[in-house]
Design a protein around this ligand. Structure first.
Ligand SMILES: [Zn+2]
Length: 294
């Protein structure tokens, strides 16, 4: 099992095999390519673009796909996924990155905000003309967007997803079967403030490995400074390392945050004894590797 990082700063850290850099954010900020890294692009969540042009927003009978709309429960502001100008902007950005020395591209938030979206006149018209039912039309729209994006990507192509293994197609138009034909691996983010309760991480990891027909990389949040939280995080990584994962990515603020996790693991004799006692072979290899560096 590989260990990697997801960061907001384009710097690699020794002791990690995969480096994912957030190059386009949901608030609308875009950054230059991070060479030698997997560049992660937020597609249809763009608070800045919607502020500048409110007609971009996805709509439902309960109102627009905005965080401030309390009739729905969204973590981001969503652009309508069929808007041709906005799609062209995302494709141009991907093209630009692919001219640089990047390792590959990961797409996130490339789907509909929820089941009742989007009923703007353009989406309704496209749905009618497709002859498909609502769920199939939305899934096809998302898959076709990914196909078009993949053609522009140089290197490794991966996607994130909203981590709902059962209803992803109905809710978001994420069709795991068809997307598996396009991607090199799936990136499953299981973000949390801490992992002191972790049964759901283990459960979703098992579910996604069973469902997804391509390698799976799990993302866990590691931007937590306390010993108790770091201990729970590292034990969670150890437990999931027993499943058939391609890797685990730790979401960190920066390289210092990543090194802090390594140093905590290396110096934590109780944790390392626990790994040995219960034979966490994969995790022992990782921590032994860190011990040579930190
Ligand atoms: Zn629409």
């Amino acid at each position: 099992m590989k260990l990697g990082l997801v960061t907001y700063v384009p710097e690699k850290v020794e002791g990690f095999d995969i480096h994912v850099y957030y190059s386009k954010w949901s608030d609308g900020q875009v950054f230059p390519a991070a060479n030698g890294m997997q560049n992660d692009i937020t597609c249809f969540c763009d608070a800045k673009a919607i502020r500048e042009n409110p007609s971009l927003v996805a709509v439902s009978k309960n109102g627009p796909a905005l965080r401030k709309n309390r009739k729905i429960n969204l973590a981001f502001d969503f652009v309508c996924p069929t808007n041709p100008e906005y799609r062209a902007k995302v494709f141009d950005y991907i093209k630009g990155l692919s001219k640089e020395g990047i390792l590959g591209v990961t797409l996130n938030l490339y789907h509909f905000p929820e089941e009742e979206f989007c009923v703007c006149p353009r989406c309704v018209e496209q749905w009618r003309q497709s002859g498909l039912n609502w769920t199939e039309w939305r899934a096809t729209t998302v898959t076709e967007f990914l196909k078009e994006a993949k053609r522009l990507v140089k290197g490794t192509f991966a996607v994130e997803m909203y981590p709902d293994p059962v209803l992803a197609k109905q809710r978001f138009g994420i069709d795991f079967e068809r997307i598996a034909e396009l991607v090199d691996y799936f990136h499953v983010p299981l973000s949390a403030r801490d992992y002191t309760t972790m049964y759901w991480v283990d459960m979703l990891t098992r579910d996604f490995i069973k469902i997804l027909k391509k390698p799976v990389v799990l993302e866990l949040s590691a931007e937590m400074p306390t010993d108790k939280k770091l201990d729970a995080l590292l034990k969670t990584v150890a437990y999931v390392s027993r499943h058939n994962l391609m890797g685990v990515l730790l979401l960190v603020h920066d390289s210092e945050n990543a090194k802090q996790v390594c140093r905590f693991a290396v110096k934590n004799t109780n944790f390392r004894d626990w790994l040995t006692k219960y034979e966490f072979t994969e995790m022992i290899k990782i921590v032994d590797g860190w011990a040579k560096l930190y």
